[in-house]
Each structure stands twice: as structure tokens, then as C-alpha cells.
Design a protein around this ligand. Structure first.
Ligand SMILES: [Zn+2]
Length: 336
């Protein structure tokens, strides 16, 4: 178990990330990988109707559908309210520990493949890393909730660790070691309104009180992630296979990206901007966001509303809505 943990730590975001060129000078897989993150998502490129089973079964069509509206893609997450958790302050991030009971995520991929992930940690990027309809428009803040696949084998972690520098290695879809849920905050698009989740974190005096490169417990910290995920619009959920956005940029992440910016006040945002984006001592005034990477041959999936498409799916021989919810309820009842 210890070896598994140390291997996992080795492939999680490195402590020495710097952003002077927004990651363009990082090497290895970061430079040569073909499934890198973040990406820009073209929201207008999705078809009006979801893929049907018939089309999904045809390999040619899967490749053809770079932007796919998919009625199977979904997730369900449940997080515990945490207090006074350990926070690791690196030079480039504030990493809040969510391990050992922080929560679970059940991810149903585009092919109805169900995988369970457990929460590991969360951290922020300011400005946001993923963009929509143009690489230049970044939301103010992006939260990454990092999860590790439940019951993953040591041998698989080793394989992925060893594959870090191999550019020809493309991990199989639906078999990702990590799942990262990306949630956005934006003063303009989400509204200049106090965000309770951010307020609960009590990070107000962050820049004045923390020592970089140190792990400490913040007694006032409270993490209430359910407050965020109960708010957003799942019709804006996108999924693609990608990588860590910091070295070694391992291509082992199932990304779940929700283009539904949450409210945040300018005052709340200031804490993060003073730490990175507006901090001349940090990467010359750049934020801690990596530049968007080419999508290449990857397919980007978008969640199709169950209610709206239930009829269509039913016509294919079964009801996704019933099966999906039932599976998730069963799995979560086993976990908690
Ligand atoms: Zn991140």
C-alpha cells in the first residue's frame, strides 16, 4: 500500500512547476504527448442529436465524431464535509488533501462503462486552464478535484509511471488512473455574488499567512464540495481523455469539465489572483495555468440530457435513465 501511495504521489502534480512560458518549455511527455491537457472546447461543434447505439457500435463513426453528444456520459459525486484538512503549499498551488474518506465519484463513460474513483485532493488555477470557444478567453478560476480509481492495481500504477516518458504509449480509454472534475468560477459569467463554497474555505489571509513549500493544517478551513456540484448544469458537462496539466504531464486522466461558471465576488477572487495571476514574484505576473494543448484525434463528449433523450435511448432497447441511476445508487450505498 505504501509503495502504491508513493508511486501515486510521484505522478501527481509536481512541486516544482513554474509558469514563465505557461508550460511551453516543459519537456518529456509535456512536450511530445499527443493527449495533453488542458484543451479548448468548441461548444458549437456538437451535433444536435445524440449518438445512437447503432452508431456507437461502428468504429469508424466513433473516430469520425470528434464532437459527440452522448446520452451515456454522466457522473455522480458525493463528498464529505471536511474541516481542518492538511494543505500543501507549493510554489505553484494550494493543494487541499481530500484522501481517506473525502468523497467518491462514479463515472459512466460514453460507452456505459462504469468506474469508481475516490477523492484525493483539490487545487486551483487562476486564470482557468480549459477554455471554451477560443483560447484567449479564460474564466477567472478553475477548481480541480482529483480522484484516483478505486481498487487500482499496483502493477498498473507502475506501468503508467514507467510510461510517462513514452510518447507512443496511449492509454486505453475508460481505463484512466485518475479522474479530474474541473469546475469554473467567474465574476462576469457566474455573477459577482458571494460563493459559499469559497467562503467556507477561509483562505482570506492566504498570501500573508502561508509559507510556500510547506504542509500545514489550516484550522479554519472547511471544504463543502457538495455545495458546488449540486449547483451546476450537467448539460454543460464535457469529457475527454487527457493528462495532468503539470509535469510530468502523465496521460492518465479522464477529464470531466463543466462549462457552467459559478459565482464569485471580486474580493473572493483577489485571494487567488494575489497568490498567482497578479503576483509579480510568481512567473512574472502570469497565472498558474498551462497553455491549451491540441485536441488532435481525440473525441470530446458532451452529456445529453436524459429526460430529453430518454425516448431515443429507450428505442435502442433499454432505459439508460433507470440503469444509470440504479447502478450509481448501489455503488454509493456500498461505499458509505
Ligand atoms: Zn490542476
Amino acid at each position: 500500500m505504501l509503495s502504491l501511495l508513493s508511486l501515486l504521489l510521484a505522478i501527481l502534480p509536481a512541486h516544482c512547476s513554474y509558469y514563465y512560458t505557461q508550460g511551453q518549455d516543459w519537456n518529456g511527455t509535456c512536450q511530445n504527448g499527443i493527449n495533453q491537457s488542458p484543451v479548448d472546447i468548441s461548444t458549437g461543434s456538437f451535433p444536435d442529436t445524440p449518438y445512437t447505439e447503432k452508431i456507437l457500435l461502428s468504429k469508424d463513426n466513433i473516430v469520425q465524431g470528434r464532437y459527440q453528444l452522448n446520452p451515456h456520459l454522466d457522473f455522480y459525486a458525493e463528498y464529505t464535509v471536511l474541516a481542518a484538512r492538511t494543505v500543501e503549499f507549493t510554489n505553484a498551488n494550494v493543494v487541499v488533501d481530500l484522501g481517506n474518506g473525502g468523497g467518491s465519484l462514479v463515472f459512466m463513460s460514453e460507452n456505459e462503462d462504469v468506474k469508481i474513483y475516490e477523492a484525493l485532493q483539490m487545487h486551483f488555477h487562476s486564470p482557468a486552464e480549459h477554455t471554451f470557444d477560443g483560447e484567449s478567453r479564460h474564466y477567472d478560476l478553475e477548481l480541480h478535484i482529483v480522484h484516483r480509481r478505486y481498487n487500482v492495481l499496483d502493477s498498473e500504477v507502475t506501468r503508467l509511471q514507467n510510461a510517462t516518458g513514452n510518447t507512443t504509449e496511449v492509454d486505453e480509454s475508460h481505463n484512466k488512473l485518475l479522474a479530474v472534475l474541473a469546475i469554473f468560477f467567474d465574476v462576469e459569467k457566474g455573477g459577482n455574488v458571494t460563493n459559499e463554497f469559497i467562503e467556507d474555505l477561509n483562505l482570506k489571509n492566504l498570501s500573508g499567512n502561508v509559507t510556500h513549500m510547506k504542509t500545514q493544517t489550516l484550522p479554519e478551513l472547511k471544504v463543502h464540495l457538495n455545495k458546488i456540484i449540486s449547483n451546476f448544469n450537467k448539460e454543460k458537462l464535457y469529457h475527454y481523455d487527457g493528462s495532468l496539466t503539470t509535469p510530468p504531464c502523465s496521460q492518465t486522466v479522464a477529464w470531466l469539465v463543466v462549462d457552467d461558471p459559478q459565482p464569485i465576488t471580486r474580493e473572493q477572487l483577489k485571494v487567488f489572483q494575489e497568490y498567482w495571476q497578479n503576483n509579480q514574484n510568481f512567473s512574472g505576473g502570469n497565472g498558474n495555468n498551462r497553455k491549451t494543448q491540441p485536441v488532435g484525434d481525440r473525441v470530446i463528449y458532451k452529456h445529453a440530457n436524459h429526460d430529453k433523450w430518454e425516448h431515443t435511448v429507450y428505442l435502442q432497447g433499454y432505459s439508460l435513465r433507470a440503469s444509470g441511476c440504479l447502478i450509481m445508487t448501489l455503488i454509493l450505498s456500498l461505499l458509505f
